[in-house]
Design a protein around this ligand. Structure first.
Ligand code: NAD
Ligand code: TYD
Length: 354
């Protein structure tokens, strides 16, 4: 595969995947197709925007004609599909947009791949990037999600991602389209839009704003540094078995409130504040509707088959992340102002009303 279409490459994870592929594979052509929604930010790719093996196309994955034109123009033979609406809170407010982008958008890409590749499937691959949230929620005493865990999505976001996974499998079963699906746990790291827990809280601590902890802060998430996710995607894209699913995660579960205290400690240290000083910003707020108690993923298949494991310990990843946001305040300011402001206001207005 030489001509790779990466969708959603201007977003958080997508920008890391684009950067990895552009730098690591100079012989490939990397085409980044992104609609540039509120979450898409070309600033994330400033350092590689002029590299000769990289091209950007502004388009909506739901626009079948535009997507088909990109497949034809660049003779696409590999797809890394990341474009999606990705924030659970937004999905609660606006499920239609999630169904449209995540389900119909994925269908549009699958159909374009099928028509463009005309059953000449050797050396082709459609890699769909999905989430562990499709498996539903675990109780504290339950064993981790494996690739055999039955789908049981709870939020409009996870339902839409589950729908897209099912369509990807349906295209494999029905038309023989070569596909692979990866389901990853919660990511953190540079360039994450500050509506998600970790960058939101780093930003709020810096600005002495309240830290809204949903419910009692007892929900558990399994966190993975974004560059380790990008490394796993690279490995599975090149060496994974077609038709398979691989779970990606760091065996790194954290109760929200414990994680929040680590973030506070790290930011306070960098800002020269007394240890734990910013804990006074913790504000318990109304819980998220249908808030999944616990996600935790078993990625042994990936480790055993392909030898992948996370490269960073969590404390190291959090230090790197906090440092990055503090050194890139301009990035944060640009995201939280201007074009992004309207979305922010609507979003906070909605949350404050809850
Ligand atoms: P993100 O919200 O940061 O970025 C999504 C990108 O998709 C943006 O650049 C946006 O402009 C683009 N996009 C949205 N709708 C589009 C459309 N209709 N057409 C073209 N582009 C469109 O998301 P992320 O956190 O980087 O997640 C990327 C993928 O990884 C998603 O599929 C998500 O479900 C999956 N995932 C995310 C996590 C996580 O913790 N963030 C974990 C597991 C899986
Ligand atoms: P989030 O980053 O939105 O990811 P996801 O919902 O996909 O896991 O949230 C991570 C956890 O943090 C989740 O349990 C919800 C919680 N949370 C808060 O307590 N306060 C917040 O302001 C946000 C955004 C999330």
């Amino acid at each position: 595969m030489k001509n790779i279409l990466i969708t959603g490459g201007a977003g958080f994870i997508g920008s890391h995947v684009v950067r990895l592929f552009v730098n690591k594979y100079p012989e490939y052509k990397i085409v980044n197709l992104d609609k540039l929604t509120y979450a898409g930010n070309l600033e994330n790719l400033k350092d590689i925007e002029n590299v000769s093996n990289y091209a950007f196309v502004k388009a909506d994955i739901c626009d079948f004609e535009s997507v088909s034109n990109v497949f034809a123009k660049y003779s696409i033979n590999g797809v890394l599909h990341l474009a999606a609406e990705s924030h659970v809170d937004r999905s609660i407010k606006d499920p239609f947009t999630f169904a449209k982008t995540n389900i119909l958008g994925t269908l549009s890409l699958l159909q374009a791949a099928k028509e463009c590749w005309k059953e000449n499937y050797s050396d082709k691959l459609f890699h769909h990037i999905s989430t562990d949230e499709v498996y539903g929620a675990l109780q504290f005493d339950e064993t981790l999600f494996t690739e055999q865990t039955k789908y049981n999505p709870h939020s409009p976001y996870s339902a839409s991602k589950a729908g897209s996974d099912h369509f990807v499998r349906a295209f494999h079963n029905t038309y023989g389209l070569p596909v692979v699906i990866t389901n990853c746990s919660n990511n953190y790291g540079p360039y994450q839009f500050p509506e998600k827990l970790i960058p939101l809280f780093i930003n709020n601590i810096c600005n002495n704003k309240p830290l809204p902890v949903y419910g009692k802060g007892e929900n558990v998430r399994d966190w993975l540094y974004v560059i380790d996710h990008a490394r796993a995607i690279d490995l599975i894209f090149h060496k994974g078995r077609t038709g398979e699913t691989y779970n990606i995660g760091g065996f790194n579960e954290w109760k929200n409130i414990d994680l929040i205290k680590v973030i506070i400690k790290t930011v306070d240290k960098f800002l020269g504040r007394a240890e734990g000083e910013s804990e006074k910003l913790i504000t318990y707020v109304t819980d998220r509707a249908g808030h999944d108690l616990r996600y935790a993923i078993d990625s042994s298949k990936l480790k055993n088959e392909l030898g992948w494991q996370p490269s960073l310990q969590f404390e190291e990843g959090i230090e790197k992340t906090v440092k990055w946001y503090l050194e890139n305040r301009q990035w944060l300011d640009n995201v939280t102002s201007g074009a992004y402001k309207q979305y922010y206001e609507e979003y906070y207005e909605y949350r404050d009303k809850k």
